[in-house]
Design a protein. Structure first.
Length: 606
């Protein structure tokens, strides 16, 4: 094993010793109880099985057969989740074949960031993760289940399901994906049309035509954003049926993998090789997820989400851990926005199985971990296929060589010797930057700041021609306390246009840019946020800002005495009022008030 990875893992283990011990103690107490229907009152049991067929009631109560929960994020607003409509019937059928029973324990909300991008709904997006976690807990609170199948894919949904499940850490759990949509208009071509629209060179009709050609059917969006990064991380943590992440919704293999998920869940209940999710997700599994993220240039959202996920299992991580791991993790894939390929091309070139194999073989990932497939991560280095009869899944080894070296490479010949994420520190606070898609010539930007309190104000300035120069665009009062920390993707096209015109451009914000962060250098998640008294509120228009992704610095080049004496800028009462009212935002006031910082996982439940 790489010495740095061992050292970071040991540091996390030591830092988390007390909280992890408390967590495992609680898990063991719950695991030691009698099964649900054996310890519950008769009225409780009757309510739990009232709507089930008589045969299922008999299996649960008399035969004491295994009983599975489904927690589903199905809705047909999300293209990625639309296929889940048919999953409960399929899962129930397979469970019956295996002598088990199933109930849909509950549904969790699932919003599409693509729909709400740049709109008020996006201000509820980050907090939806904790709402999903709570909904998962409510679903499982019936406490009659022997294991759970978790149906979710997209941005906040997988972290929310995982956080909720870890609060029922005594249950074995298997995540069940549904796969990506087929390739449409390439992500690069889509982005070009967006930039042309930002310049007024094409109209709305042309833009809608391009967007509709890119997002055109059932399945996950095909760029490597948060949703697809989720799937990579679940593979690296051993929480999927091996290789299940990126098989198309309508591929016959998808149904076989879903049926295999049922069999897998039943195999890891207390009657089999008991593998509760709270034991499976230990510090090694968390580090493996971090390494997978870094090796694939995945979503910056996970520097928030996986802090919260780890905390739910009593494990404490921070951005310094990510940064140290990034320095020794080679970049093994280039998938849009870090390259031209989409996730279907990534899968064809080797996909998660290839990346995990390369990291394990190079001593860059923990192999000796629990997974739903056994006491090792090695099964996740193989590719699933339908068996000859077309009735089940078999796995085969991948070729040693990449299927496409423009998309996936070996650890011996990576795209870069280090991962795609970097920690920035300085008198403006702590931030992260995704550099895997940023040209090296733009890794260091030093320019005067132009400050905005909303992305709409920045867009207005761009349209008025006020940003035609070297500039560090600062958009503050976008953190979790201020307005729920929305993603600021409306800024991407105009910033890319300015950079394309030859200007040195960067973004600094206490908001998010997420998995679609692209070629413009962006210091995001600045903590502490401006509304919480962070130094970003000291910055003034014209101050020279230095963003240095090489040395890891984020600095306002202002004399120290002047900087110390400056007062904090305040958000306007009108904007603060607008942030908190209308379209459901009032309901999240308690979360905005109590949320922890981005580096602490933006957790709202503590």
């Amino acid at each position: 094993m790489n010495k740095t990875i061992v050292a970071v893992t040991d540091r996390i283990r030591q830092r988390s010793a007390a909280s992890r011990a408390r967590y495992l103690d609680g898990l063991d107490k719950l695991a030691g109880r009698k099964r649900g229907v054996e310890r519950m009152g008769c009225a409780n049991v009757a309510h739990a099985v009232a709507a089930l067929p008589a045969n299922d009631k008999f299996r649960i109560v008399a035969e004491k057969g295994p009983h599975l929960a489904i927690v589903t994020a199905y809705n047909d607003m999300l293209s990625a989740h639309q296929p889940y409509e048919a999953y409960p019937a399929l899962i129930r059928d397979e469970a019956h074949k295996q002598g088990a029973t199933v109930q849909v324990a509950g549904g969790v909300p699932a919003m599409c960031d693509g729909v709400t991008q740049g709109l008020p709904g996006m201000e509820m997006s980050l907090f939806s993760r904790d709402a999903i976690a709570m909904s998962t807990a409510i679903s499982l609170s019936h406490d009659v289940f022997d294991a759970a199948l978790l149906l979710g894919i997209c941005d906040k949904i997988v972290p929310g399901l995982l956080i909720g499940a870890l609060h029922f850490g005594h249950l074995p759990c298997v995540f069940v994906p549904a796969g990506p949509m087929s390739s449409g208009l390439s992500n690069n071509d889509k982005s070009k049309v967006r930039e042309l629209f930002a310049q007024g060179k094409v109209g709305r009709d042309e833009l809608l035509k391009a967007e509709s050609a890119a997002y055109h059917g059932a399945g996950t969006c095909t760029f490597y954003g948060t949703a697809n990064s989720n799937q990579m991380l679940l593979e690296a943590m051993g929480l999927h049926v091996p290789g299940a992440a990126f098989v198309h919704p309508h591929d016959p293999l998808r149904e076989a993998l879903t049926r295999e998920a049922v069999r897998t869940a039943l195999s890891i209940t207390s009657k089999g090789r008991y593998t509760p999710i709270g034991r499976l997700v230990d510090e090694r599994a968390i580090v493996n997820a971090m390494l997978a993220l870094l090796a694939t240039g995945g979503s910056t959202n996970h520097l928030i989400h996986w802090v919260a996920v780890a905390r739910s299992a009593g494990i404490l991580i921070d951005w310094s851990d990510f940064s140290e791991l990034s320095a020794v993790t080679p970049l093994l894939s280039r998938v849009y926005p870090n390259g031209a390929a989409d996730v279907n091309q990534f899968q064809s070139a080797g996909g998660p199985s290839f990346v995990i194999r390369e990291l394990l073989d190079a001593g860059l990932m923990h192999a000796d971990v629990l997974s739903v497939a056994g006491p090792s991560l090695r099964p996740f280095t193989r590719l699933p296929n339908l068996n000859a009869a077309g009735t089940g899944v078999e796995w085969q080894d991948l070729p040693l060589a990449s299927g496409d070296e423009d998309v996936v490479r070996t650890a011996a010949a990576p795209f870069s010797p280090s991962g795609g994420l970097k920690l920035l520190q300085g008198n403006l606070g702590r931030a992260v930057i995704k550099v895997s898609a940023v040209p090296e010539s733009n890794h260091i930007i030093e320019a005067p700041a132009c400050i905005f309190a909303t992305q709409e104000a920045m867009l207005a300035a761009f349209n008025a021609g006020e940003l035609e120069r070297d500039v560090v665009v600062v958009v503050r009062f976008q953190g979790p306390h201020a307005n729920g920390m929305p993603e600021l993707h409306k800024l991407t096209p105009p910033l890319a246009v300015l950079q394309g015109r030859g200007f040195k451009v960067a973004l600094v914000t206490d908001g998010r840019m997420s998995g679609a962060s692209g070629k413009v250098p962006a210091a995001i998640h600045v903590s502490p946020e401006a509304l919480a008294g962070g130094p970003l509120a000291k910055l003034r228009d014209g101050d020279v800002v230095r963003l240095d992704a090489v040395s890891g610095e984020l600095l306002a080049l202002v004399p120290a005495e002047e900087w110390a004496a400056r007062e904090l800028a305040q958000i306007s009462p009108e904007q603060l009022d607008e942030n908190g009212h209308g379209l459901g935002r009032d309901l999240f006031a308690g979360m905005r008030r109590n949320v922890l910082s981005a580096e602490e996982g933006a957790i709202s439940w503590l």
